[in-house]
Write a protein that binds this ligand. Structure first.
Ligand code: NAD
Length: 404
């Protein structure tokens, strides 16, 4: 079996070192199994450790080599919609460094071959960037991943780092866009705007069932006061709401607005409206579950524009059935990757949980459009192309995601 060549994996793998590369990738993906992998393949763990380290260094090396090569970067953009393409083409106009190819396909283990030969990929919220896909990307010569979103719950960061992949995201594009969408859901649910408009369109001017409540003076709980949560706090402050917040890292901008930071438990017990703006990770998965719902006041309004799996959808359905949840506004959904961003109006939707949600008169769902404003799209294209240009020039990208 051959070891890595002196310039590492930038060399086209020969038949012999493909096997070695697969072994090394296995060891990188599961470092605690390194000894077992070495044993199973009849080599010493020291040997495998040495090759693994060489390969990891070569990942970064490869990127540097790519950058050095004429300062150009070829980028495969996945999950591209027509509006994305138009924005990126505008942002790329005149760029000598970046060459984009646009793919409609979502990035998954089945479509990863499309990235063969590209230096970087540009991915969105429902592209799959788990350890298997990342290994496959690294194996196909990709050295950088530019996420065109703020959240990165769909990416295995530890695996990306083991593989020497550079990862960037768009942390601060127009946080007002999703914050204002959360507000739109709150107002539309509260004042029953869809039902009201339908009635008026049919000549029915009855107000029965349309009773709302003043936001002024209402206690609203914001879970996660980063960029978006803080933007929402500013807006709700203007409405005269009493704002409670929960965030392990409170900020002064919210405190200055008069936001009161409390424990999550207290927020859930006190708030008439709860809006979720924390990232999805192992500690926030199903943050709103049956137990949390039980703590909330009867008839609470729950708004989720964060990520679908922040709420346990089955528990929420039970809460809606019992009346514990009085209003539900969703812009994200646990299983959205199989549904959102495509016209499925001629298909039979087989997700019974999603279909059940749609039967409730007090539920409003939008298809992950919180980010979708003119200003945000421009800022996303600008930020992604800036970061990729920095990589192409051999500079550290401004918005690299580092492991904590
Ligand atoms: P951010 O990083 O600026 O803020 C996240 C905040 O959550 C931070 O203050 C952090 O301390 C806090 N946090 C972390 N763990 C927490 C926990 N367990 N409980 C409460 N708070 C916690 O991120 P952001 O730009 O405000 O975005 C927030 C999330 O919104 C993103 O991660 C993404 O999932 C989602 N998002 C959705 C859309 C959309 O179109 N619907 C658009 C952009 C972002």
């Amino acid at each position: 079996m051959a070891g890595p060549s002196s310039d590492g994996i930038s060399e086209k793998p020969s038949k012999e070192n493909v096997d070695l590369e697969a072994l090394v990738l296995q060891a990188l993906a599961a470092p605690d199994r390194l000894e077992a992998i070495a044993r199973d393949n009849g080599i010493t763990s020291d040997q495998l450790r040495k090759w693994t380290e060489a390969y990891r260094d070569a990942g970064a090396e490869r990127l540097r080599a790519l950058q050095a090569r004429e300062g150009r970067l070829s980028v495969a953009m996945f999950s591209t919609q027509a509006y994305d393409r138009a924005d990126f083409e505008r942002a790329l106009a005149g760029s000598e460094s970046l060459h984009f190819r646009f793919f409609r396909e979502r990035l998954t283990a089945e479509t990863v071959d499309l990235a063969q030969g590209f230096d970087a990929v540009c991915a969105f919220v429902n592209d799959r960037l788990d350890a298997d896909v990342l290994e496959a990307l690294a194996h196909r010569g990709v050295g950088a991943i530019a996420l065109r979103c703020a959240g990165f719950n769909n990416l295995d960061l530890a695996a990306a780092q083991r593989l020497g992949l550079t990862v960037t995201r768009v942390p601060g594009y127009s946080p007002e866009a999703p914050a204002e969408h959360a507000l739109a859901l709150i107002l539309a649910l509260n004042r029953k705007l869809i039902r009201s408009h339908r009635r008026v369109a049919e000549g029915n001017f009855s107000l029965h069932g349309l009773l709302g409540f003043n936001l002024y003076g209402t206690t609203v709980g914001i879970v996660g006061t980063g960029r978006i949560g803080t933007a929402l706090a500013r807006i709700l402050n203007g409405f005269g709401c009493r704002i409670l917040a929960y965030d392990p890292e409170p900020n002064d901008a919210c405190r200055d607005l008069g936001v009161r930071y409390v424990a999550l438990d207290e927020l859930l017990r006190a708030a008439k409206v709860v809006s979720l703006h924390c990232p999805l990770n192992s500690s926030t998965h199903y943050l709103i579950n049956a137990e949390a719902i039980e703590k909330m006041p009867e008839g609470v309004m729950l708004i989720n524009t964060g990520r679908g799996a922040l709420v346990d959808t089955q528990a929420v359905i039970q809460g809606l059935k019992s009346g514990q949840i009085g209003y539900l506004g969703l812009d994200v959904y646990e299983q959205e990757e199989e549904l959102f961003f495509e016209d499925r109006s001629f298909e039979i939707i087989t997700d019974d949980v999603f279909q059940r949600l749609l039967t409730f008169p007090n539920v409003m769902i939008t298809g992950h459009q919180g980010f979708f404003t003119r200003q945000a799209l421009d800022a996303i294209a600008e930020s992604v192309t800036t970061n990729l240009t920095q990589i192409a020039r051999g500079q550290s990208p401004t918005d690299a995601i580092e492991a904590r």
